[in-house]
Design a protein around this ligand. Structure first.
Ligand code: HEM
Length: 474
């Protein structure tokens, strides 16, 4: 049974004159049509009204927050009065009550139980899988070929996440899981832009979109529940995350039955981790390769660092701290192209923000994409400049001027996992390949759930001659 632990008032009555300024909106529909057709353009325009802006008062009350101090007040100071609410409502079709969608006491409990599974020492155990899959993947690449690097990174991170989460690697299973995820992504994107009543109606109707989504969901459920039953029956522990979650014990539970996660909770959490961790990392890598391809001098420095530190051998977690330039490249890439381009909260109690009273039942969005390109915090904000990330610069930067992984008690639980995975993949592939920009392609943003490039990211691959003196294949 699905458990909602927080109640949000749907549509608070508001006196417009008591709210922060913002763009004009239409009667009845407010900004919903503009939000559905081009949310980013609407938010860019709204940001011109100030650091806290009323984007719409109907059919939902929505604010835009773009000052780092206000974002800190929202994510940290007021964290007990805000949750996900309607902002992730459609994700529940796929994720149920996993960490991304859960609120209140359920979220706190699940986070407490899951946090230790993401401890550095645990995650380091997945490094070998990451480098092995990266190496195996690049062996299929051809010199001078043109590839869609977005698709390549998506395939690679899919294999890694399916292996680390579920312990599975048969190609057909991985492919079907990937297809189910794509169907869910399309479904959530389309349904997320529809009014609630229409969405609920269409969710029960056999439209082709709904059928494709439900088919994929049934496959995911069958696979995950099958694995849970198998592991519970055999008593065998794998080292995948699903096995770890099956063994979690809640020391604070009142009775023994509540000390373990139910099958459904394990299902919801693993599917959540899968959905939250697969595409985000692929998108981060895609934009990083794009930026390297369009800045050949930076790509050369990146490769020189890899050659110097690794000399052709596969990277390990211990190497990561010795690759400071690669780390700055990735940091700067996630500044310009934050894979989750906007993060938000919904109030279930009134809060005060920047001196304004925000009623319960309001949505507040704090888009990384806007804040991380704000000239108040970043000189030449549209320039790709990894060297800006000096220790002094980091020290002086307001905490929430750069937050690709969010913050406060809902900070991305997979941050360490994602950093390690992205660094190991960059280091494995960058030693052997140079990426070249396709001059016929103009990169454009597609800000849906994540910040995918519109139309993929075609690129030319060039096998490196030195390649850190690595043999072409072991
Ligand atoms: C580059 C890759 C990634 C980026 C940019 C990213 C970004 C984010 C962001 C912005 C949030 C919302 C934080 C907030 O609301 O304050 C989030 C939450 C989350 N992420 Fe990630 N993420 C990435 C990779 C991963 C990975 C690899 C996993 C799992 C293995 C993961 C699992 C989650 C989960 C479960 C949440 C919900 C946490 C909660 O609400 O308690 N993410 N992520």
């Amino acid at each position: 049974m699905r458990t909602r632990t927080v109640d949000y008032p749907r549509r608070p009555a508001v006196d417009r004159s008591l709210l922060p300024p913002g763009p004009r909106e239409l009667p009845i529909v407010g900004q919903s049509l503009r939000y559905a057709s081009d949310s980013l353009a609407l938010l860019w325009e709204a940001a011109g009204y100030g650091d806290l802006v009323t984007v719409s008062t109907k059919p939902i009350l929505l604010f835009l927050v773009t000052h780092p101090d206000l974002i800190r007040d929202l994510f940290v100071t007021n964290h007990r009065s805000v949750g996900r609410g309607f902002l992730t409502e459609t994700y529940r079709y796929l994720m149920g009550d996993g960490l991304v969608t859960a609120d209140g006491p359920l979220h706190l409990r699940q986070r407490r139980l899951m946090q230790p599974q993401f401890h550095h020492s645990r995650i380091a155990g997945y490094a070998q899988v990451m480098t092995d899959f990266a190496d195996r993947h690049q062996r299929g690449w051809q010199d001078a070929s043109r590839v869609d690097i977005a698709q390549e990174m998506s395939d690679l991170t899919l294999h890694i996440v399916v292996k680390t989460l579920f312990g599975l690697d048969p190609p057909d299973t991985v492919r079907r899981i990937g297809e189910a995820f794509e169907a869910s992504n399309d479904y959530i994107t389309v349904r997320g832009n529809q009014p609630v009543t229409l969405r609920k109606l269409l969710h029960r109707m056999p439209t082709s979109l709904t059928r494709r989504f439900k088919r994929g969901l049934a496959y995911l459920d069958q696979t995950v529940y099958g694995l849970i039953a198998q592991r519970r029956q055999s008593g065998l522990d794998g080292d995948d995350l699903l096995s770890l979650l099956l063994n979690v014990r809640d020391e604070e539970a009142d009775n023994p039955e509540d000390a373990v996660m139910t099958d459904q909770q394990v299902r919801d959490e693993t599917i959540t981790l899968f959905a939250a961790g697969h595409e985000t990392t692929a998108v981060a890598l895609t934009w990083t390769w794009y930026l390297l391809a369009t800045h050949p001098d930076i790509q050369r420095r990146f490769q020189a660092e890899l050659d110097g530190v690794l000399g052709g051998r596969p990277p390990t977690p211990a190497d990561i701290s010795n690759l400071p330039f690669t780390e700055r490249v990735l940091t700067e890439s996630m500044r310009l192209y934050p894979p989750i381009w906007s993060t938000g909260r919904m109030t279930f109690r009134p809060i005060t923000l920047g001196g304004w009273e925000i009623p319960a039942g309001a949505g507040l969005v704090a888009p990384q994409l806007l804040v991380q390109r704000d000239p108040r915090w970043f000189d030449d904000p549209l320039e790709f400049r990894p060297d800006r990330w000096t220790p002094e610069f980091r020290e002086n930067l307001p905490r929430f001027a750069y937050y690709p992984f969010g913050g406060g008690p809902r900070l991305c639980i997979g941050e360490g996992f994602a950093w390690m995975e992205a660094m190991l993949i960059l280091a494995t592939l960058g030693q052997r390949w140079t990426v070249r920009h396709d001059p016929g392609h103009e990169a454009a943003l597609m800000p849906l759930v994540s910040l995918r490039p519109r139309g993929g990211m075609p690129m030319f691959l060039e096998r490196r001659e030195r390649a850190g003196a690595m043999p072409a294949a072991a």
